[in-house]
Ligand binder design. Structure first.
Ligand SMILES: [Fe+2]
Length: 272
């Protein structure tokens, strides 16, 4: 992993804890793999990196990956809260149609703070807000929506086609289970966020939101540069939704994840 040198003590990171609480099969296999280094991209950021360092990696690659962002009891509590939301969606939540798996959308300001304290604590982290603020500047919208998502073996959805998102935003994504090649890892094309931004520049300047079909029309060479983004439970992935990306089908085991959507002052459309 590339060292960027931290100017921030790990103890300053509000979401940091002591590492995964469950044995990580990825670690047991003796190494870190699959999050871009093998393909010549290094978008890893170490625990202890500053918000500015994280933001600069997102700016350069369209994605940053921080393994071990959550661990221990904090990770366990977050996973339990997310499973509870999927098992019994609260009245103020918004269950989504999601193939064989399950997805529930939450509007952060509607979340019951007493029942889901860890979820809010993680996604209201000052560290994450600083990354969003640096990414968008004044007028950013922090953690407006949160999605809890369970992909199970065989889950198929439209987002498994390579695409970029129609309304540009910054996603903060936490794996709550170990994600190896058979657990439906997120796939993306590092540095492709600039391609999508160029493709949509005229539309966005004119207040036009692309269609699903348009957001799947990509230069032919892009598909060959995909990487699978793997990580143990507790891995944080931050990505600009302009990056060309897709979900993948779990073949060996389920994947539980939670993510927030963060917008810039010029993001288009009605989002709630
Ligand atoms: Fe997407």
């Amino acid at each position: 992993m590339r060292e960027r040198g931290s100017t921030r003590s790990p103890s300053d990171l509000p979401s940091r804890s002591t590492g995964p609480s469950v044995p990580s099969r990825l670690e047991d296999r003796g190494g870190r793999f699959g999050h871009g280094e093998a393909a010549g991209y290094d978008f890893s950021v170490p625990i202890g990196a500053t918000a500015a360092e994280v933001r600069s990696v997102v700016h350069e690659y369209g994605i940053a990956h921080m393994e071990g962002f959550l661990g221990g009891e904090r990770l366990d509590r977050l996973a339990a809260e997310c499973r509870s939301i999927l098992d019994e969606p609260p009245t103020w939540s918004h269950p989504e149609g999601y193939g064989l798996g399950a997805a529930v959308r939450l509007v952060r300001t509607q979340v019951d703070r007493a029942s889901f304290p860890t979820l809010l604590d993680v996604f209201e982290s000052p560290f994450l807000e600083e990354v969003v603020a640096l990414h968008y500047g004044p007028g950013y919208v922090f953690a407006e929506q949160i999605y809890v998502i369970l992909d199970i073996v065989g889950t198929q959805t439209i987002v498994q086609q390579l695409h970029y998102d129609k309304v540009q935003h910054l996603k903060l994504f936490v794996y709550l289970s170990d994600v190896g090649p058979g657990n439906g890892p997120f796939h993306c094309v590092p540095r492709s966020h600039t391609i999508s931004a160029q493709l949509q520049a005229d539309n966005r300047a004119n207040g036009i939101i692309a269609t699903d079909g348009e957001a799947r029309v990509l230069p032919p060479e892009v598909a060959g540069r995909q990487v699978a983004v793997l990580g143990g439970a507790g891995t944080l992935i931050l990505f600009d939704s302009d990056i060309v990306h897709r979900a993948s089908v779990p073949t060996d085991g389920d994947r539980l994840a939670v993510r927030s959507l963060n917008f810039g002052p010029h993001s288009l459309g009605s989002r709630l």
